[in-house]
Design a protein around this ligand. Structure first.
Ligand code: NDP
Length: 332
């Protein structure tokens, strides 16, 4: 079987030299283990900071070791009573074709007719992030106006739609192309969109919200956070989810107007989705209902085959994806 190792730590955007494809033998199964053939793998932005040798909320990837990340696969050999052959499972050993792991580290998934990749997106980690961030962290209330950055991506596209479905007064997102902005308005039913590559973010955010906004869901940091601090209403709330504008750029600058947070009595709250497991039942019930009821538009951008992982990851970091970025190894 094949897996992808971290060959060197990247500076800037990770190129092909970052990775090494390694052929290896799988170890024998012990009592309780399963052998999983991966079906779909995810690339997520948080993997980029993990390629650096810095301490964070997840330890860095180790040089000359396999990368890891979310995956959905099918159990093809089992020594676990709970996970018989044929079970579909979600687990953390992505970036590879097969995985041997203890059954307790795999979660059984009922597809209910949905594509397996949805369980790495709208019904997986990004969906939970959008839900927990908006409702738990930013304490969204019906009637709030909401601004979300990286709005055509996996998390952002859901944040805006969840806000609309939960009774937002106005939802505006920013994204990096005219096509993505059109998608926000036409398909995801945002009230408006901003193309941050076209004109200044500060001016565009101000123009999009003549009456300000109450919640900012930050996926980008930098210029977006600065514009949000400027235009958010008094006592506004910010869910600080990510800061992708700085992931490839060690010299990225932060907002220069943090004092706005003082005068406006803002709440800025950083969060990590894994601390919000308590909302999972509510998330699964609510979002499952919205999805099957046709209330949510859901997009994916799919790359095919393990060899495409590096390209998919670089594409994610540069905006080649619309909606959730997925790498598919085989049909469901
Ligand atoms: P996305 O699907 O949103 O993909 C990333 C997007 O970021 C790209 O498509 C690109 O879109 C945009 N982007 C890249 N560079 C820049 C830049 N310099 N300025 C503005 N936008 C940029 O990824 P996810 O939805 O998975 O993740 C979104 C954010 O949420 C990330 O910051 C991630 O780290 C964070 N996150 C945090 C979690 C937590 O627990 N706190 C959990 C999961 C995600 P475009 O074409 O619009 O530029």
């Amino acid at each position: 079987t094949r897996e992808i190792h971290l060959a060197q730590r990247p500076t800037g955007l990770p190129g092909p030299e970052t990775y090494r494809f390694v052929e290896r033998e799988l170890r024998d199964l012990r009592e309780g283990d399963v052998l999983v053939e991966n079906i779909v793998l995810t690339v997520d932005p948080y993997m980029r900071p993990r390629m650096n040798d810095v301490k964070s909320y997840v330890p860095p990837f180790k040089l000359d070791h396999p990368l890891d990340g979310g995956a959905i696969g099918v159990v093809v050999e089992s020594r676990s009573d709970a996970l018989p052959v044929g079970s579909i499972v979600r687990h953390g050993l992505g970036w590879r074709e097969h995985a041997v792991l203890a059954g307790e580290y795999a979660t059984k998934i009922e597809l209910n007719g949905l594509p397996s990749s949805y369980f790495l997106g709208v019904l997986g980690m990004p969906g939970m992030t959008a839900y927990a961030g908006l409702f738990d962290v930013a304490a969204f209330q019906p009637g709030d106006s909401v601004f979300v950055s990286a709005a055509a991506g996996a998390v952002g596209s859901l944040v805006g739609q969840f806000a609309r479905l939960a009774g937002a007064d106005r939802v505006v997102g920013s994204a990096g192309s005219a096509e993505k902005v059109a998608l926000l308005v036409d398909e995801l039913k945002f009230d408006a969109g901003i193309n941050y590559r076209e004109g200044d973010v500060m001016g565009q955010v101000g123009a999009a919200f003549p009456y300000g906004f109450d919640v900012y869901f930050d996926n980008v940091g930098g210029d977006h956070l600065e514009a949000a601090l400027e235009h958010i209403n008094e006592r506004g709330r910010m869910a600080l989810c990510g800061s992708i504008s700085g992931y490839n750029d060690p010299n990225a600058s932060g907002p220069r107007n943090m004092f706005k947070a003082v005068g406006k009595r803002l709440t800025l709250r950083g969060f990590i989705v894994s601390d919000h497991e308590s909302v999972r039942p509510e998330f699964e019930q609510k979002v499952g209902q919205w999805l099957t009821g046709g209330d949510l538009a859901y997009r994916e951008t799919t790359w095919n085959g393990l060899d495409a992982m590096p390209e998919a990851f670089a594409g994610l970091l540069t905006g080649a994806n619309t909606g959730k970025a997925i790498v598919r190894l085989r049909e469901d």
